[in-house]
Design a protein around this ligand. Structure first.
Ligand code: FEO
Length: 394
């Protein structure tokens, strides 16, 4: 079983979950990793554990380096079970270890595992002396849970960044420069869009705080370790945290008998005629977590549904509910769709767009039954006008 050295004192001892395809509703076609790091200094310190089914693997990796009974400290940067559910197994083998975490982390661990370990609650600025290196603690509440914390190793200048800068990707290569950068950025973008997007303000605040630290390595809790492309991923996080967008329109829709689909394709042509990039997703076949990834940097969002029972189709409703929780920023939007008699989908979508924080920049477009040639022209114009509004805004 391979262990990987990050630096003089730090080893990767986590686990790669090649076969996970769904992370609480977020699709993970490339699998997941649960990263754990071991620091061998005068004191021995483990940064986070792994998901419970991989605890044996974690302990085997640690055992190749040192007897787990010699672990002095376990740092719990985050209590979400993908990182903490291996803790009970680790503590069985390291019964003398002290568990360092935030106060929110302490109450969370007790409630999750009904165990009262030798806890040491840490707060902003607290430092743990390991010998040659020190660990400095930076709580980042609501990035993305109340307990969340980042730890920084002085000396070797490694930032253990918790979920931030993570990607869901399985690979035998642990470092960014051993993998394809576009693939890593793509997965980091998907991770941000689906997990961290609601917390953009906290992301910016945390980056400003971390900018004061010299950082040679960013070691996140998922995916590869950043050592070469740190400026690239930090710049991306700055953009995403600030809600910066580009001239791209994502059109997401569903259709019953093809009318809303024909509208969507005409609208797309209208968008594309201006030179603005358009993307089209039919929600009955598209992967929702992929749709929101594509929406992250898009300045414009167009949502379509035919009217079903006076409202929108369930597929469109699911996306809108998800978007509302993700609280996107800096976007304009509008609704479209066909109806048979009473209508209602457009109004329902517009209400959800507004409650998601997406600005309604122009009235939506609805049409009865099947679009005729003149109505298809109107759809084209609708897309063109929307793209122009976006173009003028960015
Ligand atoms: Fe990777 Fe929020 O746990």
């Amino acid at each position: 079983m391979n262990t990987v050295k990050l630096s003089e004192s730090v080893y990767y001892v986590g686990a790669v979950d090649w076969n996970l395809r769904d992370f609480h509703g977020y699709t993970t076609p490339r699998g997941v990793t649960y990263n754990s790091y071991l620091i061998i200094d005068e004191k021995v310190c483990l940064i986070d554990t792994v998901k419970a089914p991989f605890a044996r693997e974690l302990l085997e990796r640690i055992s190749q380096i040192i007897d787990p009974g010699k672990i002095d400290y376990v740092i719990t940067n985050h209590i979400e079970p993908d990182h903490s559910s291996g803790l009970p197994a680790v503590m069985t083998r390291a019964p003398h270890a002290k568990v360092l975490l935030t106060e929110q982390g302490r109450t969370g661990i007790i409630k999750h595992y009904q165990q009262n370990y030798d806890f040491q609650v840490v707060k902003e600025g607290d430092v743990l002396d390991l010998g040659c290196n020190k660990l400095q603690f930076v709580p980042v509440p609501m990035l993305h849970w109340p307990d969340s914390m980042i730890s920084y190793l002085t000396g070797e200048q490694i930032l253990f960044s918790n979920d931030a800068f993570g990607q869901h990707i399985s690979t035998t290569k642990r470092f960014d420069d051993e993998n394809e950068l576009p693939e890593l950025i793509y997965e980091a973008e998907k991770y941000y869009a689906n997990i961290l997007q609601p917390f953009g303000k906290m992301v910016v605040k945390a980056i400003n705080k971390l900018n004061e630290l010299p950082i040679k390595i960013i070691a996140p809790s998922h995916g590869v370790v950043w050592r070469k492309h740190i400026p690239d991923i930090v710049a991306k996080y700055q953009d995403w945290g600030h809600g910066n967008t580009v001239g791209k329109v994502v059109i997401a829709y569903d259709s019953m008998w093809g009318s809303t689909e024909r509208m969507a394709r005409q609208i797309l042509d209208g968008v594309a005629s201006t030179g603005v990039t358009g993307k089209l997703y039919k929600l009955s076949v598209a992967d929702r977590s992929e749709v929101v990834r594509d929406m992250l940097e898009a300045g414009g969002v167009l949502i379509g549904s035919p009217t079903l029972n006076n409202g929108m189709m369930p597929t469109t409703g699911a996306l809108m509910t998800y978007l509302k929780g993700l609280r996107p920023t800096g976007k304009i939007g509008a609704a479209f769709g066909a109806y048979g008699w009473g209508g209602g989908a457009q109004k329902a979508i517009e209400e959800m767009l507004s409650s998601s924080g997406i600005a309604l920049e122009q009235p939506g477009i609805s049409l009865k039954w099947v679009p005729d040639a003149a109505e298809l022209d109107k759809c084209f114009e609708f897309g063109r006008e929307f793209a122009h509004k976006l173009f003028n805004k960015i």
